[in-house]
Design a protein around this ligand. Structure first.
Ligand SMILES: *Cc1c(COP(=O)(O)O)cnc(C)c1O
Length: 388
């Protein structure tokens, strides 16, 4: 299916709403029935019928069709947050006593799900260095039901070989799930590599304007229906029709925004890499990236987020550098129009900072839609502030 068709036409039935180009926001919780027969039929299958907006809603259904097609999946569900799109399917797939093999250092709330939420139900997780497929194989137990991936990592950018892990999991009858927020389906399609379920924080690149919190899950119709019928409906993390409309609007320009973010990230990482105050730049598409070959094999481009370390990574220099930025904002989320910085030290208590730990030293930058030169000027003056 053509990308342009998906983003501009798929799922839209304009003749049903006055030929309006922009779809309506069906801001209704309820849908009515003329006869008991119709009512009964609908209540029997809330996955297919319009009954109540905790389940299906027409504005959300336009969005679902587009998101499924973008991922090359049979179906999609949208949620009120990215973390709901991760937690709900995991609660659906695991039973008491079940086991998960997860890549180490996943997104912070995913980690908390594995470390403190799921153990309440007797579900345990083994974390592995995902750069080597054998590590997944070694961690599999008879009760392993899920292999959880996040490629690349969004702070330190390690990749997993998605095709190889999917193959291993299939041979053992284990379901695979991948958080694809960093690349979005525009730059990486895990389903085409054999992954079963793909989650994405739509707060990031799909929304693209830092004004919606939302999540997407895509996969086979069988898995999506199973997740919908119990956990999706029970947990009820449904997205509002207005937010769904904002995401449809975001999708129209998603390729343009991703191309821009990718191009500017190339310029800025290469400038930073040559700066005397910078020690290391970590981004999947720099020439010296350790998994460069795999990155070019399974990613069609890169998200515009990278990390770097300072030659002098002391707490004081790192803080002075970040506090000196005039235009690049300090904030947690990313994928919007505005460039952002978050030093790892912001997540660590001051007295726990280990100046020799590369992970502690990392400063993460997300490149938004500003001119690259404008951002470089801001970085330059902040680096000057820490140069003796
Ligand atoms: C932001 C993020 C999430 C969580 O998404 P929310 O929309 O904030 O709930 C999950 N995974 C990754 C990689 C993220 O960056």
């Amino acid at each position: 299916m053509d990308l342009s068709y998906i983003l501009n036409e798929l799922g839209e039935e304009r003749e049903n709403y006055f030929n309006a180009v922009s779809p309506p926001i069906i801001q209704s919780s309820n849908f009515t029935f003329k006869t008991i027969d119709d009512f009964r039929l609908a209540l029997n299958d809330e996955f297919e019928a319009l009954v109540y907006s905790r389940g299906q809603n027409p504005t959300l259904n336009i969005l679902r069709k587009k998101l499924a097609a973008l991922d090359g999946a049979e179906d999609a569900l949208v949620f009120a947050s990215g973390i709901a799109a991760i937690s709900v399917p995991i609660l659906a797939l695991l039973q008491q006593g079940g086991h998960i093999v997860s890549v180490e250092n996943p997104y912070s709330w995913t980690l908390r799900l594995f470390e403190s939420f799921l153990p309440k139900f007797g579900i345990t997780t083994t974390f592995v260095d995902g750069r080597h497929v054998e590590n997944f194989n070694k961690a599999i137990l008879p009760e392993t039901k899920l292999i959880y991936l996040e490629s690349p990592n969004t702070f330190s950018y390690e990749l997993q070989d998605l095709g190889a892990v999917a193959k291993l999991a299939k041979s053992k009858g284990i379901i695979t799930m991948c958080d694809n927020s960093y690349c979005s389906p525009y730059y990486q399609k895990p389903i085409s590599l054999g992954i079963d379920l793909v989650a994405q924080s739509a707060t990031k690149y799909v929304g693209g304007h830092s004004d919606v919190v939302a999540g997407v899950l895509t996969g086979s119709k069988a898995l999506i229906t199973r997740i919908f019928n119990q956990e999706f409906m029970n947990i009820g993390a449904s997205l509002s029709p207005h937010s769904a409309w904002l995401l449809i609007r975001g999708l129209r320009t998603m390729p343009l925004r991703l191309q821009r973010s990718f191009e500017s990230a190339k310029t800025i990482t290469s400038w930073l890499g040559r700066h005397p105050a910078i020690d290391k730049v970590i981004w999947p598409f720099t020439g010296d990236f350790k998994q460069s070959k795999l990155a070019h094999q399974q990613m069609q481009g890169s998200g515009g987020m990278f990390s770097f370390t300072l030659k002098d990574p002391s707490l004081q220099k790192t803080e002075t550098f970040c506090n000196s930025l005039q235009h690049i904002l300090m904030a947690v989320s990313w994928g919007g129009h505005e460039s952002l910085i978050i030093p790892n030290i912001a997540t660590i208590a001051k007295d726990e900072y280990d100046v020799n730990s590369e992970r502690h030293q990392l400063i993460r930058m997300y490149v938004g839609l500003e001119e690259a030169d404008y951002l470089i000027k801001d970085l330059e003056q902040a680096l000057t502030a820490i140069t003796p």
